[in-house]
Design a protein around this ligand. Structure first.
Ligand code: ZN
Length: 173
């Protein structure tokens, strides 16, 4: 008798757990049917850097790529497919800011530092990793949502070179 009661309770709990599970599946289905996430085709553009170290404002080019991709609401990822260049978001009002960033990075990672890498551009590799190879920007109403003083900067550390910038959008309209 005690055993039967145990089975009864176990089966009831199992049934309830199943019901809860299917209820949560339904809820999940509802949520994903309400949020339409769409990957947009990747866009890219080329830029020419002018010196070994170069910070280039790419707001306009990224905004164009976002428009071409048809992204009006969502997130844009700006990706740099290089190992000696990166991307960062920083102040666009006073050019001394990027000049100071260059000075600080040079102090931290001097070009000649007794490194092992035979290509001789270890400093550029290290600085690229310090800046990072991608940045995300929220897009709303077709406009990049950057703060008043913020801009996207392509960061060259082994120029001058011709470089690529890739833009991939996720639309949440
Ligand atoms: Zn190298």
């Amino acid at each position: 008798m005690r055993q039967n009661a145990g089975y009864y309770i176990a089966n009831t709990l199992k049934r309830e757990a199943c019901r809860d599970f299917f209820r949560s599946v339904e809820t999940f289905r509802f949520i994903i049917s309400e949020v339409r996430i769409k990957w947009l085709p990747m866009n890219e553009f080329t830029i020419q850097t002018r010196s070994r170290t170069d910070f280039i404002n790419i707001d306009r080019l990224v905004a164009e790529a976002v428009r071409e991709a048809g992204l009006t609401d969502g997130v844009a990822t700006v990706f740099i497919p290089h190992t000696t260049a990166g991307v960062t978001i920083n102040e666009n009002a006073d050019p001394d800011v990027t000049a100071d960033m260059e000075m600080v990075l040079d102090r931290m990672v001097p070009w000649n530092g007794g490194y092992n890498h035979s290509e001789g551009n270890t400093a550029a590799h290290v600085k690229a990793s310090m800046m990072g190879s991608s940045a995300q920007v929220v897009v709303s109403g077709g406009t990049l949502q950057l703060g008043t003083w913020q801009s996207l900067y392509f960061c060259e550390f082994d120029g001058p070179r011709t470089r690529q910038v890739w833009i991939k959008g996720i639309s949440t309209e």
